[in-house]
Write a protein that binds this ligand. Structure first.
Ligand code: C5P
Length: 222
């Protein structure tokens, strides 16, 4: 399974990154969290006090953004922005609020497309919104993971509370809905299920069950 490419797309909070990371470990593949790259740019923009919706201004600072993703032995992605590690910072709620505006920006998407293809081309599991539709339209396997909004809210709420953020069920729910709405309706590479993707509703599944479903598909077809 050395150079297969696996695309995992879906809405926010569907559990993509955990599954993608575990799938990558099981198959001895690289894992790339493409959402982390959009988040890193969002963090840079916020640090510079730039309005995330100011497309020209965001575009003009991209040349100052030097992104680097390293993989830890547990499969986690370490994210570096201009040589500074920002792995934890990019999970802040302020970044989650701004990131979908950053991701609507054509210049930002073009900036990341080639990086993502380069990292993934020799084999990887990539998770995001447009992996199966735009980054790797010829991926060996495409999965579209989703879950009910209630379940996605519950999971994300639990993660945030564990990490020490003070938030509520309703706040998280509104945030996920808002982000999905922007991601699905943007002009460039909107969130869509690829026609040849395998749809998996994980609402009533454990992570272990989801992982074995995906492994079954991949290992049964190699
Ligand atoms: O995956 P995560 O929720 O961290 O992604 C953060 C945001 O980055 C998404 O809401 C979306 O706006 C953007 N994104 C994207 N395309 C990707 C991955 C993420 O537009 N491939």
């Amino acid at each position: 399974s050395s150079n297969i490419v696996i695309a995992i797309d879906g809405p926010a909070g569907a559990g993509k990154s955990t599954i993608a990371r575990n799938l990558a470990i099981s198959l001895n593949l690289k894992y790339l969290d493409t959402g982390a790259m959009y988040r890193a740019i969002a963090l840079y923009v916020l640090h510079k006090d730039i309005d995330p919706q100011d497309k020209d201004c965001v575009k003009s600072v991209l040349k100052k953004v030097n992104l680097d993703i390293k993989t830890k032995s547990n499969g986690n992605n370490l994210v570096f922005l201009n040589n500074q590690e920002i792995t934890d910072e990019i999970r802040q709620p302020e970044v989650s609020k701004a990131v979908s505006y950053i991701a609507e920006n054509f210049a930002v998407r073009e900036f990341l497309v080639e990086m993502q293809r380069k990292i993934g081309r020799d084999g990887a599991v990539l998770d995001g919104r447009d992996i199966g539709t735009r980054i790797f339209p010829n991926a060996d396997f495409k999965f579209y993971l989703t879950a009910s909004i209630e379940e996605r809210t519950q999971r994300r709420l639990c993660d945030l509370l564990k990490e020490g953020y003070n938030t509520t069920y309703n706040e998280v729910k509104q945030e996920l809905l808002r982000r999905d709405e922007i991601d699905q309706n943007r002009t460039y590479s909107p969130l869509r299920m690829a026609e040849d993707a395998i749809l998996l509703d994980t609402t009533n599944m454990t992570q272990k069950e989801v992982l074995s479903k995906l492994l079954e598909r991949v290992e049964g077809h190699e």
